[in-house]
Design a protein around this ligand. Sequence first.
Ligand code: PAF
Length: 292
Amino acid sequence: MSVPEVIVGAEAMRAWTRRQHASGRRVALVPTMGALHEGHLALVKKAAEIADRVAVSIFVNPTQFGPGEDFDAYPRTLDEDRAHLEGQGCCDVVFAPAVSEMYPLGANLTWVSVDRMGDHLCGSSRPGHFRGVTTVVSRLFAIIQPDVAVFGLKDAQQFFILRRMTREMGFGTELVGFPTVREEDGLALSSRNRYLTPAERAAAPVLRRALLEAEASIVSAGQRKAASVVSLVRSRLAAVSECREDYVQLVDTDTLQPVSDLVPGSRVLIALAAFFGKARLIDNVLVDVPQG
Ligand code: PAF
């Protein structure tokens, strides 16, 4: 079982990748904010299948949290995270930089942002969030120079924005989106699930049930109006007292712009966010709209 080395400095991290590349090894990166769970470990396992060496970054990125969000409360569990990675045996190096390492000149003046794709879904209620994500991932790519990076599709909007950024910036890193890992009752694994009370935890699978019902309304019942699909999901969420909807939306997967009529043969993302107590949970389903 390999014990992952921990690197905290950007220069040391860059040198690590240089050594791997000099030996002809392909490097995969799994970017995380720590508080690792089975969902993250599935990404790390995937990374080990498609590359020779795996780096996991653990960095709670301040620039993607808005005022009043849970930046201070976000779980920081580096020792436990290392133990999980050691137990799994697929990770070669943990990059765990301090804020000063990622933002070396203090308040950040340089931003990487993708127009329009962050305007809807989580972008409406978390202004500036995706600009923080694209900026920090650019910096991680610049330091680590991975051949491939693996992201979870629970954060589908994040994945599609980062894919666009990577293609347009020419980072030379391939992006792999990995299906959401779930509990048996369908709840998507998330570091924020630990905020749920027992009653909220019992109620939270409504998110998955509502999304599957929405998918079936399109695929099996022939629904082609996005507004009707949204109403269906909203009514299911509203029926659960622990759940307070943030948004439910159908968007095109290339542009992440809202759709109204579902075009046969197209692919849409049905995405939602909802509060259960202080936990804001997200989930989504990708639907191929049947021909005819
Ligand atoms: O998905 C996350 O955990 C974060 O948004 C990421 C990609 C690690 C950037 O901070």
